[in-house]
Ligand binder design. Structure first.
Ligand code: ADP
Ligand code: 5GP
Length: 204
């Protein structure tokens, strides 16, 4: 898979930055946006479903998939392994669909290297205190995990400098709208619209 008909959008943020919330809202509101469900060795959180939030697998299964070359990219994030399977996005790219991926900054770097035309969006919390507060209020992680994720947050945020777009997730509705606008404006780029214009106008 060396080229893509649709655009590959990547969303990254520190843990608790709002990726799942914003990706879900954008997927509901923007038509034709495919989404790849990642594989992870992390145990499911309260309310998470296998095959919906992630494909939850054990370390042996994940390693076998790595050996078989089943991942477009994979990375160790915090204490677990996460990967985007090639199979998950192959069908979407074949149909020319845009794809939205939620991956960490290592995944973002790997995807940009492999697909330079991919569009990377970084979600930034309004402050570290607000981020910590949101992680706590989410109520899905024990204190030890929250500490690990907060220790990592500053390093995560520093990576926003090489992303294509930055959305500050202060007011949720505004952050959702900005993320949608990025996707919709990319769809209006002339090089992408020209094929459609040629279909509409014989003289083109
Ligand atoms: P991530 O997927 O990046 O780890 P989540 O989408 O799970 O982050 O968001 C972390 C928590 O913060 C969730 O409980 C979510 O409802 C809440 N949240 C996200 N964005 C906002 C916001 N702008 N204002 C208030 N709460 C938010
Ligand atoms: P969480 O455990 O909070 O769901 O996710 C932890 C981190 O793993 C987040 O930064 C998330 O973006 C990242 N992540 C989720 N899926 C993938 C993936 O397939 N590849 C990579 N590289 N990171 C992922």
């Amino acid at each position: 898979m060396n080229s893509m008909a649709g655009t590959l959008f990547v969303i990254s943020a520190p843990s608790g930055g709002g990726k799942s919330t914003i990706a879900a809202a954008v997927r509901q509101q923007v038509q034709g946006l495919g989404y790849s469900i990642s594989h992870t060795t992390r145990p499911p959180r309260k309310g998470e479903q296998d095959g919906v939030d992630y494909h939850f697998v054990d370390k042996e299964t994940f390693s076998r998939m790595v050996e078989k070359g089943a991942f477009l990219e994979w990375a160790k994030v915090y204490e677990d392994l996460y990967g985007t399977s090639l199979r998950g996005i192959r069908d979407l790219t074949a149909s020319g669909s845009d794809i939205l991926l939620d991956v960490d900054v290592q995944g973002g770097r790997n995807i940009k290297a492999r697909f330079p035309e991919s569009v990377l969006i970084f979600l930034i919390p309004p402050s570290l205190n607000v981020l910590e507060d949101r992680l706590r209020k989410r109520g899905t992680d024990e204190e030890r995990i929250i500490r690990i994720r907060m220790n990592q947050a500053m390093d995560d945020i520093r990576n926003c400098v090489w992303y294509d777009y930055i959305v500050i997730n202060d007011r949720l509705d505004q952050a959702i709208q900005e993320t949608q606008s990025i996707i919709l404006s990319l769809r209006c780029r002339a090089k992408r619209r020209l094929a459609q214009v040629k279909r509409l106008f014989e003289f083109m």
